[in-house]
Design a protein around this ligand. Structure first.
Ligand code: PLP
Length: 397
C-alpha cells in the first residue's frame, strides 16, 4: 500500500449522488445480524415469494434452446410485441412494439429515459414522497430536481395547481409514480386528467409514468397516464417484472415511449450496456401470457399483511397513517411522536435508534423527500412483520 488517495480522482458526477439510504439501512441490518444481533429488517421492497414455477421453467427451456447470446439492444421482437399487446389490452396504451425498449430492470429504463431527455440544467418535477433512485439518476444526468411536497393529511397527493406553478421553461420532465413508492398513494383518474391539462400546453416537457406497482393495488381501476387524451405522445411509460412477478433478481424492466424517445433510449442503453438478458426475455413472455393467478395470490397476501401493519400502526400514539392504496409499503408520519421526545430530533435519528436499541430496521422518509415519515416494507414474512411491528410499538409506546 502506497497510501495513494484515489478519492480525489472521482468524478463530480459521482460525488453529487449519495449512497441510497434504503441500501445503507438494509446493509446495516445485515451487518448487525452477521455480528449475531437479532434484527428484523422491513427495509427492502423485495417480494419474499419465489418466482412462479412456469416462469422458471420457461427460462430453463430458453437456455436449453440456446438463447444465451446477445439479444437486440431494444429487446427481442416477440417480447416487445407481447408488451405492446399487454399495454393495449390492460392499460389502454397504444404503443407499437417498436416503441418498447427492454432493460436491465425498470431502474435502467428510468436511467435511459433521463439520459435520453435531460441536458445539464434541465429540471424535472418530482412529487414528494418519491422513489429515491429518481434523484440520483437525474443528478448523474446533470438535471435539477424540483420537489413538490405533500403530506399524510392530504393522502400524499400534490394538487395539480402546484404542479402548474412549478413548471418553468427549463422543465423537461414530470415524474409520476402510482401506486407510489413509498406512500402507496394512487392518483384518481380525475386528478391525472387535471395534470394532463396542466402539461398539455407546455411543449418543452414529457412525463415519465412509472407503473411498476400496477398489479399491487388494492382498490379500483388504475389509470395509465399515457391513456389520457393526447398524452401518449408525451408519456414515457415505465414498467417491469420485478414486483408483480417476484422477479427482482432477474433484472428485466421496460419503457414504452414516443418513437424518437424510444430510439434515443435504445441508443443510451446500447452505449452503456446492451440488450437485456436473452433467456430472461423469453421467460418474461411466459410471465405476461401465463395468466395472473400468481400475481393475484401474491397481492392477496400483501393485502392481509397490510391489514396487520395498519392495525398496529393505528394504535400508536403520535403516529398518523394513511392506508396504502397500492404497493407493499406503509409510510406512517411520526412527526408528532418525535415532538414528544427530547432524545431524538429527526426520522434519521429515530431509524438509527430503532436499529441499535430495538433491533428493527426501517427506512427514514428523508430518503424519499419527506422528513416526517418512515417507510415500512411489508414484502416480508407475516412473522417478521408481526415481530417488527411489536418492536415498533414497544419502542414508541
Ligand atoms: N420504480 C419504482 C417506483 C421502484 O420502487 C423500483 C424498485 O424498487 C423500481 C422502479 C425498479 O425496479 P427494477 O427492479 O425493475 O429495477
Amino acid at each position: 500500500m502506497t497510501g495513494f488517495d484515489c478519492s480525489k480522482l472521482l468524478s463530480r458526477r459521482t460525488a453529487a449522488v449519495e449512497e441510497a439510504a434504503i441500501i445503507r439501512m438494509a446493509q446495516r441490518a445485515r451487518d448487525l445480524r452477521a455480528q449475531g444481533r437479532d434484527v428484523i429488517s422491513l427495509t427492502l421492497g423485495e417480494p419474499d415469494f419465489d418466482t412462479p414455477r412456469h416462469i422458471q421453467a420457461a427460462a430453463n427451456e430458453a437456455m436449453r434452446k440456446g438463447y444465451t447470446h446477445y439479444a437486440p439492444v431494444p429487446g427481442i421482437p416477440l417480447l416487445r410485441e407481447a408488451i405492446a399487446r399487454k399495454l393495449r389490452s390492460e392499460n389502454g396504451l397504444d404503443y407499437a412494439a417498436g416503441q418498447i425498449v427492454l432493460s436491465n430492470g425498470a431502474k435502467q429504463a428510468v436511467t435511459n429515459a433521463m439520459f435520453a431527455t435531460i441536458d445539464p440544467g434541465d429540471e424535472a418535477v418530482f412529487l414528494a414522497p418519491f422513489w429515491v433512485a429518481y434523484e440520483g439518476i437525474l443528478r448523474m444526468a446533470g438535471g435539477v430536481p424540483v420537489v413538490l411536497p405533500s403530506d399524510v393529511s392530504t393522502g400524499f397527493k400534490v394538487p395539480p395547481s402546484h404542479i402548474a406553478r412549478a413548471i418553468t421553461p427549463k422543465t423537461k420532465l414530470l415524474i409520476l409514480n402510482f401506486p407510489n413508492n413509498p406512500s402507496g398513494a394512487v392518483y384518481e383518474r380525475e386528478a391525472l386528467k387535471q395534470i394532463a391539462e396542466v402539461i398539455r400546453d407546455h411543449h418543452q416537457m414529457l412525463v415519465i409514468s412509472d407503473e411498476i406497482y400496477e398489479y399491487i393495488s388494492y382498490g379500483g381501476t388504475l389509470t395509465s397516464f399515457g391513456s389520457l387524451p393526447g398524452m401518449i405522445e408525451r408519456t414515457i411509460t415505465v414498467n417491469g417484472f420485478s414486483k408483480a412477478f417476484a422477479m427482482t433478481g432477474w433484472r428485466l424492466g421496460y419503457a414504452a415511449a414516443p418513437e424518437a424517445v424510444a430510439r434515443a433510449m435504445a441508443k443510451v442503453q446500447g452505449t452503456f450496456t446492451a440488450g437485456a438478458n436473452a433467456f430472461v426475455q423469453h421467460a418474461a413472455i411466459a410471465a405476461l401470457e401465463g395468466g395472473r393467478e400468481d400475481v393475484e395470490r401474491m397481492r392477496e397476501t400483501y393485502r392481509r399483511r397490510r391489514a396487520i401493519v395498519m392495525e398496529q400502526l393505528r394504535n400508536i400514539d403520535g403516529v398518523t397513517v394513511q392506508e396504502p392504496e397500492g404497493t407493499f409499503y406503509a409510510f406512517p408520519d411520526v412527526s408528532q411522536w418525535l415532538r414528544k421526545v427530547t432524545h431524538l430530533g429527526s426520522v434519521d435519528e429515530l431509524c438509527d435508534w430503532l436499529l441499535e436499541n430495538h433491533g428493527l430496521a426501517l427506512v427514514p422518509g428523508s430518503a424519499f423527500g419527506d422528513a416526517n415519515c418512515v417507510r415500512i416494507s411489508f414484502a416480508a414474512s407475516e412473522a417478521d412483520i408481526a415481530e417488527g411491528l411489536r418492536r415498533l410499538r414497544v419502542a414508541l409506546g
